[in-house]
Write a protein that binds this ligand. Structure first.
Ligand code: TXA
Ligand code: MG
Length: 318
């Protein structure tokens, strides 16, 4: 299949409206979208990514009015969260309408909903006939794509179209809050921090950490994630000291030790999040063997970086 790369939201929307699969930019990471009412198109997402079928998809909307096209009810807590954080890097889990395809919900009684703030995403979603189901636009298990080149690298020949925008400004996926339970639970950390959420809905609890993996509430959390081909070694406070190795790279907030071939020293945690996945991919293109990653402080988006690093560093068997 020829994969068209375009900067035109209307060309991309026209393709999705006729049942094709299209990648599009958002402020978190690029998404790989299909029309929620088209089962065949939804199936193509799983095929293109090699995604396990029991991992549900997030539904993307251009305005909060569309929520009731997929959710059966809006809880009190979700209403407050919508008011504060939509559009933005936050996904809410709500009870789903019966009409929502089980391909999207993976058989769960709930559905994830997000309203991206990225202007190109918003323009694109407005021209789609229906809300758009979209996981991150990468091969399953690989780092999420934060620029269109990464999307193209993974999915060229497998999808109809890439809507080209600038690099995602946040760089890690949305925060996920399960509002189908009371009090709501954070299932995945992201740019909307636990601290800022708790200021608005004080009862919100944290879950979905790697340590909590015995009973993952977010089905996707049990799969390997974010892994470059290079080996990830964590360092920093509470982790082994890092010694430069042959063909090794470094990403972190402090200056690396001697002997590192390639490095990014970030000025703050926001820059760390922005650069993380694209650095992983660059290292793979340059056949780096080991990437040392300094654990950032566990606050704000640092929590999301730590979560992604822990998952990327996990050894997976089978
Ligand atoms: O920032 C983002 O959220 C990006 C952009 C494209 O919007 N999307 C994204 O999608 O990260 P994906 O598929 O890579 O991750 C979605 C996560 C998975 O871990 C999945 O299990 C979880 O959301 N999820 C989706 N629906 C759910 C539901 N009904 N209940 C619990 N978890 C759900
Ligand atoms: Mg993903």
């Amino acid at each position: 299949m020829e994969t068209v790369v375009t900067e035109s939201a209307s060309i991309a929307a026209a393709r999705i409206n006729r049942g094709e699969v299209v990648a599009f930019p958002t402020e978190t990471v690029y998404g790989l979208g299909a029309d929620i009412t088209n089962e065949k198109a939804l199936q193509k997402i799983f095929t293109a990514k090699g995604r396990p079928p029991d991992n549900p998809l997030i539904v993307h909307i251009h305005s909060p009015e569309q929520i009731l096209e997929v959710a059966s009810e809006i809880t009190e807590a979700s209403e407050i969260l919508i008011r504060h954080f939509f559009p933005g890097p936050l996904t809410l889990i709500l009870r789903k309408k019966r009409s929502v395809s089980p391909l999207i919900s993976a058989g769960l009684p709930t559905v994830g909903i997000r309203c991206p703030s990225h202007p190109v995403a918003a323009a694109f979603l407005r021209q789609c006939n229906h809300p758009i189901a979209a996981p991150s636009a990468n091969i399953s298990g690989r780092p999420s794509s934060t620029d269109w080149e990464a999307v193209y690298e993974d999915l060229k020949g497998k999808i109809s179209c890439v809507l080209k925008g600038s690099q995602s400004t946040i760089g890690v996926e949305s925060t996920i809050i399960d509002c189908s339970v009371d009090p709501p639970r954070m299932l995945r950390s992201g740019a909307v921090s636990l601290e800022s959420l708790q200021q608005i809905v004080p009862g919100i609890t944290a879950a979905g950490t790697v340590e909590d993996e015995q009973h993952p509430r977010s089905p996707g959390l049990k799969y390997p994630h974010y892994s470059p081909s290079a080996r990830i070694k964590l360092c920093g406070e509470g982790y082994p000291d890092c010694k430069g190795e042959k063909n090794s790279a470094w990403i972190g907030l402090s200056t690396p030790p001697e002997g590192i071939k390639k490095m990014v020293v970030c000025r703050n945690i926001e820059e760390y999040a922005y650069k993380l996945f694209s650095f992983f991919r660059e290292c793979d293109r340059e056949k780096i063997a080991v990437i040392f990653c300094e654990m950032p402080p566990e606050r704000e988006i640092g929590r999301a970086i730590r979560d992604r690093l822990l998952r990327a560093a996990e050894e997976h068997h089978g």
